[in-house]
Design a protein around this ligand. Structure first.
Ligand SMILES: *Cc1c(COP(=O)(O)O)cnc(C)c1O
Length: 387
């Protein structure tokens, strides 16, 4: 088909041409004397994105899921108690991983459409007089439902209760798109990946570990090898890796960090907020539909999950958008299948690119019999972006 494809799933996101070009490199010796320049430059750049001075960014040739596993197996012991909340497919998968890896997993079940329940974390932690809970897990941005949670508030609860558990945060679809502050929020392990806000191809797990998490890893006896933090940190200190890193991805990361530096991280966050407001206006004021996020406090600035009316199959809207308009919309995951479609609005994008997604979703919905006024979503988004 002629023309470009519109990729609007909430990851993988559009990779800027500059990053693609930077990745077209010949292979080189990753043990050469000059290789550390690259490693040390990207690790220093990542520290700024995580907003940390005291923690250590780590890159694994995996995806975000590998970093979930690394967080647990490096810092905990077999059978340790972990506290996690579940309100969408991604928070579900991390909780499920805890169970499958043999941790004593205490799950706070939350309605899909809401975010991390601060008061219930408080209740569970204050009941835990003997500090059996070793890790508190939170999904910062639930990509399945388009819900963002308040990580700072969870840290405050832990501080008020003087609870020594590690705070582990999934920021796969928030790092570089929503405000995330490793140091200020006292996060011990942040888990992320390359293919969302960092604007890189899929295939790199990006994580960050605090001094406290590193201390915990020294006494943890949970079996691990490939994902061992200490092997990585020992090698990284000299600019090397314990095994062959993805060399093109490191060059791509160096370029994407430059792009982030040029626009400015805080400007990027403001852009994500502005773009998200346009999408939400299209959904709510234009199309008269509702978001999966059940209240404004949960709205995510990187992804919106849009409920289709009763009797409409969102799977058909997504298929129509793909086949007729070359537009990839995000599917409804697990229990949301058929009920929602998602628009990813994170990474390298601007108003007119997003207009393509809004117009395409609008046409696909009308084709599938949704009662939506032609141009209504586009008009609502325009008004926001021009005001
Ligand atoms: C995409 C995503 C993941 C999974 O990351 P992979 O890179 O696919 O392993 C985990 N958590 C959230 C919130 C995500 O959006």
């Amino acid at each position: 088909m002629a023309g470009q494809h519109f990729l609007f799933v909430p990851g993988p996101t559009n990779v800027p041409a500059r990053v693609l070009r930077a990745m077209a490199v010949p292979m080189e010796d990753h043990r050469s004397p000059t290789f550390p320049q690259l490693t040390l430059e990207v690790l220093a750049g990542l520290k700024k994105v995580f907003k940390t001075q005291h923690s250590y960014p780590i890159i694994f040739p995996s995806s975000g899921t590998g970093c979930w596993e690394a967080a647990l197996t490096n810092t905990l012991n077999q059978g340790d108690k972990v506290l996690v909340s579940r309100f969408g497919q991604f928070s579900h998968l991390w909780a499920d991983m805890c169970v499958r890896l043999g941790f004593n997993t205490h799950i706070l079940e939350v309605e899909w459409g809401e975010g991390a329940p601060v008061d219930r974390y408080r209740a569970a932690l204050s009941e835990d007089k003997h500090h059996e809970i070793k890790a508190v897990l939170v999904c910062h941005n639930e990509t399945a439902t388009g819900v963002a949670s308040d990580i700072k508030a969870i840290r405050q609860v832990m501080d008020e209760l003087n609870h020594p558990a590690l705070l582990m945060v999934d920021a796969v679809s928030s790092l570089g798109s929503l405000d995330f502050q490793m140091d200020a929020w006292g996060v011990d392990v942040c888990v992320s990946g390359s293919q969302k806000g960092l604007m890189l191809p899929a295939g790199m797990g990006v994580t960050c570990v605090s001094q406290k998490a590193i201390e915990a890893s020294k006494t943890s006896t949970y079996p691990r090898c490939y994902f061992d933090y200490q092997d990585m940190l020992n090698n990284n200190a000299k600019g090397y890796f314990p095994y062959t890193p993805s060399i093109p991805m490191l060059y791509g990361l160096r370029e994407s960090l430059k792009i982030i530096e040029e626009e400015g991280l805080d400007n990027i966050l403001a852009r994500h907020e502005r773009l998200a407001k346009g999408v939400r206006a299209a959904v709510i004021e234009g199309w008269k539909l509702s978001l999966c996020a059940s209240a404004p406090q949960w709205y995510s600035n990187s992804v919106s999950a849009i409920r289709v009316p009763e009797g409409v199959d969102a799977v058909k809207v997504i298929a129509r958008a793909y086949q007729r308009y070359q537009l990839s919309l995000g599917a409804g995951l697990a229990r949301l299948s058929g009920k929602v479609f998602r628009i990813g609005h994170l990474g390298d994008l601007n108003e007119l690119m997003l207009m393509g997604a809004i117009a395409g979703a609008e046409m696909a919905m009308i084709d599938e019999g949704v009662k939506v006024e032609h141009g209504s979503g586009v008009a609502a988004a325009m008004k926001v972006w021009q005001s």
